[in-house]
Design a binder for this molecule. Structure first.
Ligand SMILES: NC(=O)c1ccc[n+]([C@@H]2O[C@H](COP(=O)([O-])OP(=O)(O)OC[C@H]3O[C@@H](n4cnc5c(N)ncnc54)[C@H](OP(=O)(O)O)[C@@H]3O)[C@@H](O)[C@H]2O)c1
Length: 329
């Protein structure tokens, strides 16, 4: 089978194409014949070595990249219940989806409803379940809640806007260009504007009569962090869920006090997808909304095995809007 692996950390040049034997599932595992893989920033972080010392997301080299895939169950390991050979399934946070086949723990797998195409399943699992736990469990969005979504035209951003809107929240959105801001408006943002070197915080203050928003969702990190604090209301919540722009490694808790007794959290999807029931519940919510049309995902780029470097470069250079996927079969 074909696989795209890394033996060392670095730029797109460390990606290696290999022919490997098809693995067999162990107890509690399934072998999935992959049709699509998501392409996520997490793949880039993995390639760069950001998880080299991670306890939540341990990586051992060599590794096959890709943490999200959809396809068909080819075979079952012993003890697997509730799944059958031939089932259409999708999963995330298990490395190895840039390949023809992947071994996945059965508890991580969700069945794909007949009404949902497999490409949409691969495009919606990782970002959809992330937006789901951020909106519901962390931000607790609802009527009367105001929030700010950074990187609003990205895969997660577009979903957060739509979920927030559906839950009755007021959703402000920031992006790096007017074209991306227009995408955020089309997804339902109450107002969308540019980061503008941190001046987004002043706009948010003006829009909220000087108060600031209840919750900020910030996947960017260092470049936006300090102005994110300024945009948050007294005793509000800062959700730092990523660091695409660079890590925040210089925060003194006193700053949170000075900014208005703020709460800061750095949540990880793995802790909000810790059992089969939770995975299937969140997936059912997202898939149901995609099927009934109340949630939309834009597939920004469809790439083949031989174009994966380009896909990584596009994501890193902020050229994408929405979600990119790898077409495998
Ligand atoms: N904590 C969690 O549970 C969790 C789960 C999933 C992903 N994440 C993290 O969330 C972040 C977003 O990942 P994603 O795959 O989901 O991508 P994404 O939502 O599609 O976000 C990509 C967008 O980030 C924005 N961005 C801002 N600064 C950037 C920079 N310096 N370089 C590149 N893009 C930049 C760009 O939009 P603009 O040009 O408009 O700024 C770009 O379109 C990653 O750090 C990822 O690891 C965290």
């Amino acid at each position: 089978m074909r696989a795209i692996q890394i033996d060392r950390y670095g730029g797109p040049e460390v990606l290696v194409r290999r022919e490997l034997p098809v693995p067999g599932p162990g107890p509690g595992e399934v072998l999935v014949r992959l049709k699509y893989s998501g392409i996520n920033f997490m793949d880039i972080h993995t390639r760069q070595g950001k998880y080299a010392a991670s306890r939540t997301y341990p990586v051992s080299l060599p590794t096959t990249l890709g943490i999200e895939g959809s396809g068909t169950i080819e075979s079952l390991g012993s003890g697997v219940e509730g799944l059958r050979v031939g089932d259409n399934v999708v999963y995330c946070i298990c490395w190895g989806s840039y390949a023809d086949y992947a071994i996945v723990p059965a508890w991580r797998v969700a069945k794909v409803p007949d009404a949902l195409p497999l490409d949409m399943a691969a495009a919606s699992m990782f970002h959809g379940l992330t937006a789901h736990y951020l909106a519901n469990d962390i931000g607790k969005l609802g009527p009367g809640v105001t929030c700010l979504v950074h990187s609003a035209s990205g895969g997660i951003g577009q979903l957060l806007i739509q979920l927030g809107k559906r839950m009755g929240a007021t959703v402000y959105a920031t992006t790096s260009s007017e074209a991306k801001a227009e995408v955020a408006r089309k997804r339902g943002a109450t107002q969308a504007f540019l980061y503008d070197n941190g001046r987004f915080a002043d706009i948010v203050r003006n829009l909220t009569n000087g108060r600031g928003v209840d919750v900020v969702f910030d996947p960017i990190g260092r470049p936006t962090f300090r102005d994110t604090l300024r945009a948050t209301r007294t005793k509000g919540l800062v959700v730092s869920f990523g660091s695409v722009g660079g890590p925040i490694d210089d925060i003194n808790p006193v700053e949170l006090g000075e900014a208005g007794s703020l709460f800061l959290t750095r949540p990880r999807l793995a802790d909000y997808l810790s059992d089969a029931e939770t995975i299937r519940r969140r997936a059912a919510d997202i898939f149901g909304a995609l099927i009934d049309g109340s949630l939309s995902i834009e597939i920004a780029g469809r790439h083949r095995f031989d174009r994966i470097e380009q896909a990584h470069e596009d994501l890193e250079a902020r050229r994408t809007i929405g979600k990119s996927i790898l077409e495998i079969a």
